[in-house]
Design a protein around this ligand. Structure first.
Ligand SMILES: Cc1cc2nc3c(=O)[nH]c(=O)nc-3n(C[C@H](O)[C@H](O)[C@H](O)COP(=O)(O)OP(=O)(O)OC[C@H]3O[C@@H](n4cnc5c(N)ncnc54)[C@H](O)[C@@H]3O)c2cc1C
Length: 197
């Protein structure tokens, strides 16, 4: 599900329409795909995937520059001392400007201390958002929860306690990553139940 932002994070909604390749993390889950800023918060494949693991009150963490090697910003200070941070970020311009503003790194890189740039680099690889909610069922692509698989026959999908009752697809507590796994589960479980009837 897309996640909504409020408070300080809501400033990012000015970036509505900007997308970039990120690693989005929540707990131990991590997805490398596109993230999209929307007028209400965060969306795009990386966010939709990670939202299946997100619990209210948790942070979603974003690595904006997953391909940059450690120390790249100090290297940029040495190689491009006259450039501003926003100019050396290989990101969409509006996003680069917003991130540089939020980090408070203005002016030429050559005038920044190594400590400030190390801290900025660390945040660019681990930017925390505290979503205040999600866009809910209306925008969801898959739902978590449902009838426990422990209550069903894995061969026929028949309820162990209620012979003659079958559960398949989204009704069962099976949540796949995006990309076809949920269709596959819906069809495969339907085939198993249909074959048994
Ligand atoms: C926008 C979107 C994008 C998605 N993209 C992907 C994707 O790319 N890959 C992927 O694997 N999965 C994707 N999914 C998830 C996938 O569509 C579902 O997991 C899958 O369709 C579930 O199949 P199902 O048969 O269990 O339920 P559903 O497909 O929801 O079918 C349930 C059917 O029951 C009908 N129904 C409900 N109540 C009643 C009633 N009382 N009487 C009679 N009929 C009723 C509904 O109208 C519906 O036709 C996406 C879902 C959404 C919403």
């Amino acid at each position: 599900m897309p996640l909504t932002l409020s408070g300080e994070d809501a400033l990012f909604t000015e970036l509505s329409g900007v997308a970039t390749d990120v690693v989005a993390r929540c707990g131990k889950a991590a997805f490398r795909e596109a993230a999209l800023f929307t007028h209400r918060g965060l969306s795009g494949p990386a966010i939709l995937q990670v939202s299946s693991y997100w619990q209210r009150g948790e942070d979603v963490r974003i690595d904006y520059l997953p391909d940059q090697p450690q120390g790249w910003l100090l290297e940029a200070k040495r190689s491009q001392p006259r450039s501003a941070l926003r100019k050396v970020l290989p990101l969409p311009e509006r996003l680069a400007t917003t991130l540089a503003d939020r980090l408070g790194v203005a002016g030429e890189l050559g005038n920044q201390s190594d400590k400030v740039l190390r801290a900025a680099e660390a945040r660019l690889h681990d930017w925390h958002f505290a979503p205040n909610g999600s866009e809910g069922y209306a925008k969801a692509e898959v739902t978590a929860g449902g009838i426990s698989t422990a209550e069903l026959s894995s061969q026929t999908m028949e309820a162990k306690k209620f012979p003659g009752l079958y559960a398949i697809g989204e009704a069962v507590d099976v949540t796949g990553w995006l990309g076809g796994y949920n269709f596959q589960w819906a069809w495969a479980s339907a085939h198993a139940a249909g074959s048994a009837l």
